[in-house]
Design a protein around this ligand. Structure first.
Ligand SMILES: Nc1ncnc2c1ncn2[C@@H]1O[C@H](COP(=O)(O)OP(=O)(O)O)[C@@H](O)[C@H]1O
Ligand SMILES: [Mg+2]
Length: 370
């Protein structure tokens, strides 16, 4: 890429997941903070059916100040798709087939199913383009609460006891064994989802059955987890092969747990304390664990790593989020800001990391002589 040319960034947001609205809010703050001296920005909103719509910066969102009513503005938005074109990817109009702009790097900020789980990353991979964040593998395992824990364990991280299964494998015998092993209360979760959707805390067998039915509405695989009493400590991680971790923050839910309601509905659902009030030694310890969690899943670019800090001082890893919330008040950018990387600079780094990784991949041999 010539040095003085602006980098063409395509921000992808919205999408088919339940986190569509959150994604629009993330996109809005990213768009505002992207340095327009450095970047030409193409705004592509993905609607709830999965259609890509190229919008106009002046009016690509409706009700943008209202987190509940915020929506894509489809009027005048052009349906597009992306294709491979020589050196870079190209957005083309579905209607006319005409090129509407080449793209140097995609910035997907599509939280949840299809956008965060490797599906969209697979499409971007086929375009041979640079894109921000985890690749196909990292996105997929970073979404699956069962496989993720297996890889964490393999990396020597402490993980809570859990049992994963489907309707067929979680027979009544298997369930009795699980109850004995985990004890009540049991957290029940769809294996692949986010935003606490479909998650319940079951206090007895009756609760457990209802919780499982609920979780099975969202996924064919669920996880049952032992309850881990502890503080919720979160860190932001940034980098490719040499990731760094931010200062930790603490989530203080005012509900029984950090539920969907506490996250998005109730304005006073949770408090964030940044930095978390923990000793310097503990900060160093959890920063190392966050980097290890990131590396154990082969992640790239960014992730938020979430832990429980138990009263005995041990950190238990809960999960990572490969496309964390990016609104101005979201934990991921806030933690970096207080660590010394302002929002705009953070976006520069993420774009740089994406371009770097693409360049590395471009150097690989794709054919070989027999
Ligand atoms: N095993 C557990 N023990 C105690 N609390 C838990 C446990 N698992 C989840 N929680 C609570 O539920 C919230 C959501 O669970 P999490 O696994 O982070 O799902 P999501 O991916 O939807 O954020 C956590 O932030 C925490 O408050
Ligand atoms: Mg979580």
């Amino acid at each position: 890429m010539p040095k003085n040319k602006k980098i063409r960034v395509c921000l992808l947001f919205g999408g088919k997941s339940g986190e569509h609205e959150v994604s629009l809010q993330s996109a809005k703050s990213i768009y505002e903070k992207l340095d327009k001296e450095k970047y030409d920005v193409l705004l592509v909103g993905i609607d709830k059916d999965g259609q890509w719509l190229l919008g106009d910066a002046a009016n690509y969102l409706l009700n943008e100040e209202n987190p509940k009513l915020i929506a894509l503005n489809k009027v005048n938005a052009k349906p597009v798709t992306a294709i491979v074109k020589q050196e870079s990817a190209e957005l083309i109009s579905i209607q006319s087939g005409k090129g509407l702009g080449s793209v140097d790097v995609f910035f997907p900020i599509t939280h949840g199913t299809y956008g965060e789980d490797g599906a969209l990353q697979g499409f971007l991979e086929l375009l041979d383009t640079a894109y921000v964040g985890a690749g196909v593998l990292g996105s997929a395992v970073g979404m699956d609460k069962d496989v993720m824990k297996k890889l964490f364990k393999d990396a020597g991280l402490e993980v809570g006891k859990y049992v994963a299964g489907t309707r067929k494998t979680l027979t009544s015998d298997a369930l009795q064994t699980a109850i004995k092993e985990l004890g009540f209360p049991i957290f029940v979760k769809p294996a692949n989802l986010g935003s606490s959707v479909g998650i319940s805390k079951a206090k007895n067998e009756e609760d457990l059955k209802a919780a499982m039915d609920d979780a099975f509405q969202y996924d064919t695989k669920i996880v049952l987890e032992e309850f881990i009493p502890g503080r919720e400590i979160e860190l932001s991680v940034l980098g490719n092969d040499e990731p760094i971790a931010s200062i930790p923050g603490e989530v203080l839910p005012n509900h029984e747990f950090y539920s969907y309601e506490a996250k998005y509905i109730d304005e006073n659902g949770a408090g964030l304390e940044i930095p978390a009030k923990i000793s310097e030694d503990k900060v160093k310890e959890v920063q190392k664990l966050a980097v290890r969690a990131f590396q154990s899943l082969d992640l790239l670019g960014m992730a938020r790593a979430d832990f429980f800090l138990k009263s005995d001082g041990a950190f238990v890893v809960n999960e990572v989020n490969t496309l964390p919330g990016f609104t101005k008040i979201s934990m991921y950018p806030k933690l970096w800001e207080l660590t010394g990387i302002p929002f705009s600079e953070l976006l520069d780094k993420l774009i740089e990391l994406a371009i770097e990784k693409r360049a590395e991949k471009d150097k690989l041999k794709r054919t070989f002589d027999i």
